[in-house]
Design a protein around this ligand. Sequence first.
Ligand SMILES: Nc1ncnc2c1ncn2[C@@H]1O[C@H](COP(=O)(O)OP(=O)(O)OP(=O)(O)O)[C@@H](O)[C@H]1O
Ligand SMILES: [Mg+2]
Length: 427
Amino acid sequence: MPLFVKIKDRQSGPYTLHELKRLVTEGNFSQADLVFHEDRQEWIEAGQLEELSRLFTPEIQPARPRTVYAIGGGKGGVGKTVLTASLGIGLASLGYQVVIVDVDLGGANLHTCMGILEPEYTFYHFYSLQKENLSDILLDTPIENLKLISGACGTLGLANPRYSQKLRFINELKNIQADFILLDLGAGSSYNVIDFFLAADQGIVVTTPEPMAVQETFNFIKIALMRKLTRTFKNNPTVIGKLEQDVFSESGRLAVPLQTAINDLEVIDADAAAQMKSVISGFAPSLILNMVHAEEEIKEGMVLKTAIEELLAVQMSILGYIDYDESVRRAVKELRPFVIDNPKSKASRALAKLISVGLLEKTGWTGFKEKRRVLRQISQEAKLYPAGQLQESDTICSVQCFYWGDCEYQNGGYPCPVRHLDPIFRR
Ligand SMILES: Nc1ncnc2c1ncn2[C@@H]1O[C@H](COP(=O)(O)OP(=O)(O)OP(=O)(O)O)[C@@H](O)[C@H]1O
Ligand SMILES: [Mg+2]
């Protein structure tokens, strides 16, 4: 859970553990600094908190720190789910322990993407307290080192969990043993999605180069930042009022860039302005541009990055881009992750580069070698991966379906992710 801290008597935050780790590395946070303990409602020295001990031991900054990535972005259908599955496979094939988690509470389908039609356990078992720990609902996948936490299938009343249920999930995430945890978020910018995005160590937004998608991604980042700032300044109505008036108005239009609002705030409340700057600098999402048809479309990613820097004062890095590739669509139809279905495709090669250069930050010749290694390892995995699991009997989505009018998926031509649950609905 994000934490408030007091460094040299100045309060700042909330920070995720990952952000605190960064402060420790930079020498800006020590065991003697104070942390606000939510349960005990008091300030405690960081060095005395068991849950922070790994921040200060040298082995917590090795080459393989555990990182929770949230993969979101405003627009639906931009490729969040297929990318989560294939990124997970790429990282697992390099030997990392990876868990992919379906946090799309309204339309869980990460399991389908992995070829698992009827997951034995889902989030439902966790939310309904049938299973106490997230580790109890971890599922094996055909890939070694890769586990899955499946979302609740169908409409089982989980689209709007209570905040306490979300907190329970976020806290439990910390207990999962893995090098990488990838959260596949649902579409949209509701707080259900945003809260998971902010709870992760690193937020990744996925967009296509289309103007509508780019605009929705900008809005997603704006809303996430507002949520973060509102939580920080919840006891300071002057700051909240200023933000609402100048930057995050109901009409959705920015009256002034956030930096101008900070400059104004500096005049009336220098401490609040400093705190705001520190919250914003701890918020550094990264971007994946997906379904790129031509090289000139890559500039849309740069345009978005510039807009976010100039208007929201947020630094956004670009992790990489993935080409538009028909083989991705074919793989989805076959219920296979695209890097497994065709490890040599354009999309798979772009994904390997994104992992080696973007995520693992290998540059130059080392980056090139690492990309080759990712592709080699994925090809090995593909050879061992079970053949298509699509059964003749699996229902294919069509307007002929009895449920079409009521169905939230309406994904004509693709295997239906919910009809196999018929027995549950009929009970
Ligand atoms: N690089 C690509 N090239 C071609 N098609 C793609 C590519 N990436 C994704 N797609 C297609 O886009 C569709 C939507 O992908 P996906 O389900 O991953 O999106 P999503 O962002 O998770 O959607 P939602 O917001 O509904 O959860 C899939 O059918 C997939 O085949
Ligand atoms: Mg999805």
